[in-house]
Design a protein around this ligand. Structure first.
Ligand code: ZN
Ligand code: ZN
Length: 304
């Protein structure tokens, strides 16, 4: 997605804040500006096909309502019988402790029911972010660095009800005006505008690759979205209908960015935001309606 110009200096600090766990050396990439698409991710050395470029942990995540009680409330790993419910491990329970204790103080049934009947997933991410802010695990500006979608007045009007429900859920639970002072209508709109084009729909490749080969059901199950999440660095990747990189999730919400083919030093790394198997017209409609741009990648320009 094309980024707003924020200056190189700002990018360096964003980049250093990105969570790059599981790698012993710095990832072979840098975030800079491309003439065609604004902010982008570029290779700093040659990257081989299949190479794990980096991993990323989410800034904010939330399981889908249909996955509650099936996956860990923090990392989305499939739950086995556990006395730590709704978490998969003591580690996830510890990581969630701050925001979860805030969340548990309120009754979310009306808010969840509204999201369920309206088919809304993004307000759940705002709910978690709000709980993180109240608990000092995030600031109201946490997502500001991400590019916002342009929202129509119609979209903003539709947000009124979910915003009011979020606010009243906190109020009814006894949170003070001071604790939820950040939760203005404008803040809600700003956050939703960023979540809308930067959130990833998480579909887990279940188990190890061996398990996937052994179990016929695993591949079917992997098609269902278990939740949504926002990442920092993966959000800086631009789109291509014939991408050279790929984002995937194995067992948990922690993302893996892999090279799909050999990439030269200096080349831009791009992922495909949509189902790449769709035809030209379908891709263009979805990219424009969902992300607000007309794709000019090589595949689109050749009208494939
Ligand atoms: Zn977990
Ligand atoms: Zn394209």
């Amino acid at each position: 997605m094309s980024g707003l110009f924020r200056g190189r200096k700002a990018l360096v600090s964003i980049y250093s804040k990105c969570n790059l766990s599981g790698l012993t050396s710095p990832p072979p990439i840098e975030v800079r500006f491309s003439e065609s698409a604004g902010r982008g991710v570029f290779a700093t050395r040659r990257i081989g096909a299949g190479e794990l470029i980096h991993t990323a942990k989410p800034i904010v995540s939330h399981p889908s309502l249909s996955s509650l009680d099936k996956v860990c409330y923090f990392c989305f790993t499939n739950l086995k019988s556990s006395n730590l419910l709704p978490f998969c491990s003591d580690q996830c329970r510890q990581h969630s402790k701050i925001f979860y204790e805030t969340e548990k103080q309120a009754d979310w049934s009306a808010f969840h029911d509204y999201c369920r009947t309206q088919g809304l997933k993004y307000p759940l991410l705002v709910k978690r972010l709000a709980c993180m802010i109240i608990s000092d695990a995030a600031t109201p500006e946490t997502l500001d660095v991400l590019q916002p979608a342009t929202l129509s007045s119609e979209m903003i009007l539709l947000m009124e009800k979910e915003y009011q429900l979020l606010r009243s859920t906190f109020k009814d639970a006894g949170f003070t005006d001071e604790q939820i002072a950040f939760l203005s209508k404008q803040w809600y709109i700003n956050v939703l505008a960023r979540i809308r084009i930067n959130s990833f729909r998480i579909e887990l490749a279940l188990g190890s690759y061996e398990d996937i080969l052994l179990s016929a059901a695993a591949s079917v199950e992997a098609e269902a979205a278990v939740g949504n999440a926002i990442y920092m660095l993966p959000s800086f990747y631009n789109h291509d209908c014939d991408p050279n990189a790929h984002i995937l999730w194995i067992e948990s919400v922690n993302a893996k960015l892999k090279a799909l083919r050999d990439i030269e030093a200096g080349e831009e790394l791009r992922i495909c935001y949509i189902d790449a198997s769709m035809d030209h017209d379908a891709r263009h409609t979805i990219l424009f309606e969902g992300f607000g741009f007309h794709c000019k990648c090589a595949r689109c320009m050749s009208n494939d």
